[in-house]
Write a protein that binds this ligand. Structure first.
Ligand code: SAM
Length: 366
């Protein structure tokens, strides 16, 4: 009996073999395989949605897409109401937000005609899901032609592989993934050069910080494609020393304590270092606004008026005896506040980069 070729082995066995042969790998390398291995990675099949491992804002309420459309309409006006405006969604997942933005009734007819929607998705399974909704998807931002318009990303950057640097008695060490007794374990080793170079402010005593040179280069890719316009990035993260940096794993809507067990079976993420993103954006000559909380952004974009309009539609549906519609609208009204509840999605942060444009409405207090 010969053992199967390396590429036919399950991800877990391939990673075990690699670490046993070459020694511990960085957390970033482990995460890259665990999430994006084309065969067994967590994202090889879209894991998001009510029946999946977790939900994001567009799955919770269509108010998220409608309010983003209000922002897009404002951007279209700022850009001089061009005949075509690109909207590029990076990390589009299963395409829920794309479908909602395209179907939204918030668009004026001329603005909707101008819209050119492009999705960018690293995972082939997700690209197929996006295509099934009639939206074209590229595999990388590097495949997108430079454009005037808007780039959007919801919960993309916290899934971009990161290193983990830790203060150990005044010295910086890196959390690596090794193997002991046939299981993946976290071990400490010397920090890699790329992670140290991306660290920014020194670690506080006892601090562990996720450091992502890849997220910083993604900001460079955003800068390369954005000729004029905005980039709106929603993510969990920290800045100015405030916000969680913990590395987390999720499966089946539950938080798991073991981040490195059974790679491919669970999502891995950590708060995004907004200060590092801001440094990268400014280094590329982009203007920066925020971060502001998703709560503030949604309220600035008119969530209260959106809820009032829904209530009027619900009352009208009840008055003409359309109980099915009235119940659906009531359901919408009860879900939308989760977007601004700071114990739920309201604690997400929005950071905006711009080139040649003024501050957008989402970050301005009305
Ligand atoms: C947490 S999911 C969010 C999906 C969607 N935006 C949502 O809100 O439901 C992150 C998505 O980003 C994708 N992704 C990760 N790195 C990427 C990259 N460099 N370019 C494009 N997509 C990426 C993943 O495949 C995954 O589908």
């Amino acid at each position: 009996m010969t053992s199967p070729p390396e590429h036919l082995l399950p991800l877990r066995d391939r990673l075990l073999r690699r670490i046993e042969t070459d020694g511990p790998v960085t957390f970033a390398a482990f995460m890259d395989s665990a999430l994006y291995d084309p065969q067994d990675g967590f994202y090889s099949r879209p894991p998001i949605g009510v029946s999946g491992h977790y939900v994001t804002s567009p799955h919770v309420s269509v108010a998220f897409a409608d309010l983003i459309v209000r922002q897009l309409v404002e951007c279209w006006g700022v850009l001089g109401r061009p005949a075509t405006m690109a909207v590029v969604e990076a990390g589009a997942g299963d395409g829920t937000l794309a479908a909602q933005i395209l179907a939204s009734e918030e668009w004026p007819a001329e603005g909707k005609r101008a819209l050119r929607y492009v999705a960018v998705e690293r995972s082939r399974g997700a690209r197929n899901a996006v295509a099934a909704r009639g939206v074209n998807a590229s595999a990388s931002l590097r495949d997108v032609e430079p454009f005037t318009g808007v780039l959007l990303a919801n919960e993309l950057l916290d899934n971009v592989p990161f290193h983990r640097l830790r203060d150990r008695g005044g010295a910086v060490v890196e959390v690596l993934v090794g193997v002991a007794g046939g299981r993946f374990v976290e071990v400490e080793g010397p920090p890699s050069e790329s992670a140290l170079a991306a660290l920014g402010t020194p670690l506080e005593p006892g601090e562990e910080r996720p450091v992502s040179p890849l997220a910083a280069s993604l900001v460079g890719e955003v800068s390369d494609v954005l000729e004029r316009g905005y980039s709106f990035l929603f993510d969990y993260g920290f800045s100015g020393g405030v916000g969680s940096r913990a590395t987390r794993a999720y499966r089946g809507q539950e938080v798991l304590s073991d981040v490195v067990a059974d790679p491919g079976s669970r999502d891995i993420s950590a708060g995004v270092d907004f200060d590092a993103l801001i440094r990268a954006a400014k280094g590329h000559g982009l203007d920066v606004w925020g971060p502001v909380s998703q709560r503030d952004a949604m309220l600035n974009l008119g969530l209260r008026a959106w809820l009032r309009a829904l209530r009027s539609r619900q009352a009208a549906a009840e008055a003409r005896g359309d109980h099915r519609l009235a119940v659906r609208l009531f359901g919408e009204r009860t879900r939308a506040p989760m977007l601004v509840d700071e114990a739920q999605l309201g604690s997400l942060q929005l950071i905006v980069f711009g080139r040649g444009v003024p501050a957008p409405g989402a970050v301005k207090m009305p």
